[in-house]
Design a binder for this molecule. Structure first.
Ligand SMILES: [Zn+2]
Length: 408
């Protein structure tokens, strides 16, 4: 229906299935050609075998991953033209894979560099939309390693200065450094003063973060009716909440969409603290609410994609969308991520649901949301009518359209 078999007999999602990439860090979305040029120019301390030696793109833990991240962009002194080109190239590439929407993130920094970067990313988005029709919006993130004060500073800046296509606020980085609840004020400023959706990384590595996240969200953000308000709440990864049924149920009850990044979760190990959890242990400490561990840790990070908890999340009614995270570091792209869900045990009938959820939980104006949902419905009806689409509205055209004598 939505998938076929590749040359190795593995299930692969069809290119024309409308897709959405809801979690991608633009600084690691270079294509291989750009990476090789950077190696040749000495812009990165990683060698060309980073792309060819399989083990190079598997990481024991998050700090090893961050080391590769920093090494990749060590001396990459990007210009506005270079950055706009990365954005355009990436978005056009995923548009060819069927993507109709993406939310791409860039990290906040003070001053002139941030201004030109935001302008360059917006230019890349505009060019890709002009050429392929793909819609994209920007998430501004701050690094938790820099503390909650930096997050508040970023949110305050975004409340004062409006950048084109910026519609959401996020958090990345070290989940064990501090309590997620410390970021409640930055969420409030970003949501209420800057008018942005909230899409932080949550419990990618450490499950207690999910409790702080649920408690730090502005109450009005959880209760909004989703009528004309463009702002949405999503949780990046949230993979480790699978340790507690109650925690997963709370995500489902609050209708919090999770951005699953299967390759990323598969390729980065977990910290000892999380590996040590046993059934009966308690997640959360001190003033936090506490949740009991009632499920064993799934070893999806140990090259066992079939153990990824995505199917468990779906069964419990948590809305799921997908993301490629750091495509260069994790050897992936959004088309591959859709196919990875099949390896993780998802029924192919559900593939289009990931795109529907992405659009429902996109930080985008209502008119664009309706247009994008229309493209998904159009594809669905073509498939259900048993006739494969000859052309989808996102620009995919089948060769049969170019036959001069199609009935010969
Ligand atoms: Zn990420």
């Amino acid at each position: 229906m939505y998938a076929d078999l590749d040359e190795n007999g593995k299930k692969r999602v069809k290119y024309e299935l409308p897709k959405a990439d809801m979690h991608v860090h633009i600084s690691m979305a270079w294509d291989d050609g750009r990476f090789i040029r950077a190696v040749k120019k000495g812009y990165t301390t990683l060698g060309p075998d980073f792309l060819t030696n399989r083990d190079n793109r598997y990481f024991a833990d998050l700090s090893e991953h961050h080391f590769a991240y920093e090494a990749a962009r060590k001396k990459a002194q990007l210009t506005p033209v270079g950055l706009s080109d990365i954005v355009q190239t990436y978005l056009q590439k995923i548009a060819q894979q069927g993507a109709i929407y993406a939310e791409i993130s860039n990290s906040f920094r003070s001053g002139y560099d941030f201004d030109w970067q935001m302008e360059a990313i917006a230019a890349g988005i505009d060019a890709a939309k002009h050429n392929t029709g793909i819609e994209s919006r920007i998430v501004v993130t701050t690094l938790r390693d820099h503390g909650y004060e930096q997050a508040e500073k970023a949110a305050q800046h975004l409340a004062k200065v409006k950048y084109r296509h910026v519609t959401a606020f996020g958090l990345v980085g070290n989940e064990e450094k501090d309590d997620f609840y410390n970021y409640a004020k930055s969420f409030k400023i970003a949501y209420n003063d800057a008018g942005l959706g909230l899409v932080p990384h949550v419990a990618e590595q450490y499950p207690a973060n999910a409790i702080g996240f649920l408690d730090a969200l502005p109450k009005e953000a959880l209760n909004q009716g989703h009528t004309t308000d463009p702002r949405r709440i999503r949780a990046g990864h949230a993979t480790t909440i699978h340790l507690s049924s109650d925690l997963m149920n709370e995500f489902a009850q609050n209708n919090i969409c999770i951005e699953s990044c299967i390759s990323s979760n598969n390729r980065i190990g977990l910290p000892q603290r999380t590996l040590n959890y046993n059934i009966g242990d308690i997640i959360g400490s001190g003033a936090d609410r506490q949740f009991a561990v009632d499920r064993p840790l799934s070893t999806y990070f140990n090259d066992k994609i079939e153990q990824h908890p995505i199917t468990e999340f779906i069964q419990r009614g948590i809305p799921i969308c997908l993301g490629s995270d750091n495509p260069l570091l994790q050897n992936t792209n959004i088309s591959k991520e859709y196919s990875q869900t099949l390896r993780a045990g998802v029924d192919q009938k559900l593939l289009l649901t990931f795109t529907e959820n992405a659009i429902k939980f996109a930080n985008i104006d209502n008119e664009t949301r309706q247009t994008l949902m229309g493209k998904v419905k159009e594809y669905e009806s073509l498939i259900k009518g048993n006739s494969p689409p000859s052309a989808t509205s996102n620009g995919y055209v089948h060769a049969s359209n170019f036959l001069t004598h199609p009935n010969r």
